[in-house]
Design a protein around this ligand. Sequence first.
Ligand code: AMP
Length: 447
Amino acid sequence: MTEDQEEISAGGIIQTPKGVHDILPVDHEYHTFIKKVVRHRLRQAGFRRISTPIFEFTELFQRGIGADTDIVSKEMYTFQDKKGRSLTLKPESTAGVCRAYIQNGMANLPQPVQLYYIEPHFRYDRPQKGRYRQFCHFGFEIIGESDAALDSQTIYLANLINKDLGIADLFTIQLNSIGTPQSRKEYAKVLTDFYFDKERSLCEQCKARLKTNPMRLLDCKEESCGILAQIAPKMADYLDEESKVFHADLKEYLDELGIKYVENPNLVRGLDYYTKTVFEFWDSAEGAQNAIGGGGRYDGLVELLGGGPTPAVGYAAGIERIIANMKREKIRVPHKDVIHIFVAQLGKEAKKKCLSLIADLREAGVKTMGALGKDSIKTHLRLADKFGAPYTIIMGLTEVREKVGIIRDMKVGTQKTVPYEKIVPEVIKLIGKENLDKYSAGELLYG
Ligand code: AMP
């Protein structure tokens, strides 16, 4: 067996590819809760949801994110379709959202256009804790206006969502300005000069980055590179006047909002499209290794993709890492995946009656399960217990003949016989109207 085959199948059982995983029902409880919080906070702030395709032309990311970035040069799932076009599974969504903004004429809408997304993304990363090859980002973008107040709103909203999720205190907001592309160009020259005679102390990756993207040397995780980064010239000393004023304004607004941040002159973010503001939420204990989200201003991206000059700012966070932090903090999320009632039956006649009873109960909003494939009241009661159903309806031949059903309180063990047509209202009374799972005005209340 080759190594590849071994990876595909362990003991004859097909496995998931490396770095991807199933989202099992227990984790979906978290996913659903996080989506609800994100939707709620962003809706309150006037954002609307967008989904861009899972794959796009590779050129979108090459042009948008930058060909020399880690994501584009190493981490993309790129393939050719049957006509030889180069396509890529999206590694992030900002480039796609900007493409959608241009392609759908959103520049004609009232500005800024505020969009959010909750989507899977794909990166050929080395799988490790908190780093997967398919992961879920939620993110939001404010496109079409430039003001430091919008950057402060972005950071405020990201922090508010973290607060709602119960994890805000675990993270510090790292903040920096990387200026305009022009001032960055000049700074890159200064950095290249600084590293000129120090190349031997750099890791192999940074040696290569020095030629393509010297600012990335500042956030390298290797110890020797980190030591040099500490004494390297700082971007703040080379910022253009406009960026300086913008950054000072942003800090003033954050102070006004009571948002605490740490100024981090070495924060550059890994994507080429950022201008001025960059920020990340770092784990207070583990630092950048376990960042849960980051963002910044990207005033040049829409233009780079063929649109008109359009300033923008945004944020994205990794849902898997958020969940890992919530679990570590033992944060439990409310969920509605509980059943109200179990229907137990014996014999074909009773089963027939139960089919319509189950449908009626569900229609009324009662979450109902029945073991229709099995024929033993004892087995059914045991199952009802295992599923945690507070009540069970029992129907046998006698009940069918007498047009009644037995409702059993599973906790207390008491039973009462109810006429068939009174079963649904009686069950609703028992579980409480407010607990029903019903559609309201066409919208599912839970989901
Ligand atoms: P980025 O824009 O690359 O900084 O990504 C934003 C957030 O997405 C990060 O802070 C992580 O929480 C999450 N993230 C990025 N890459 C991965 C990955 N490979 N697996 C899981 N989460 C990731």
